[in-house]
Design a protein around this ligand. Sequence first.
Ligand code: PRP
Length: 182
Amino acid sequence: MTNDIEHILYTEEQIYKRVKELACEINSYYSGKPIIAVFVLKGSAFFASDLIRWLNMDVTMEFMSVSSYGIESVSSGKLTIKRDIDSDVTDKNVLLIEDIIDTGITLSTLKNLFVQRGANDIKVVTMLSKPSRRIVKFEADFTGFEVPDEFVVGYGLDYADKYRNLPYIASLKRHIDRKSVV
Ligand code: PRP
């Protein structure tokens, strides 16, 4: 599996340090107010688990899995919810936790959904952002690292459901036959 790696972008140590810094920013923002932390699966599993351990307010963990229909989903709000959260978010503070924002379509649509559900305050934290790939204007409130337009895997990020368990974030070799990893 590691033979497929082009180069490491962020080591375990760099990730650990940045996650703690993000947690500090998030703690300052909420100043003790309770939150519902929504893990947007599968990619955010490691990041979200690491991040919330450093948060100092009351945190309710929720899990969600979605896929968007592309650009039309942003205006139509059309989102396939494969797994939904259990809690009622009305008047609650919601922190959506993502591994990566690419085109911005998923998070724009998901944030709109939580607005419709009556959340009081909705913030987004993402480990990675690829601004060069944006189709809709969307920025997270808290971002770990901005990455170039490379195929990024590890620390939860996959290609064809592989590589998620790498402890670092790396770019995948371009010559990898994409069919061979399916
Ligand atoms: C990834 C990521 C975001 C979405 C971002 O999820 O976790 O949810 O894509 O892309 P966008 O900004 O272009 O909408 P993916 O569909 O790969 O699912 P996964 O988390 O289960 O790997």
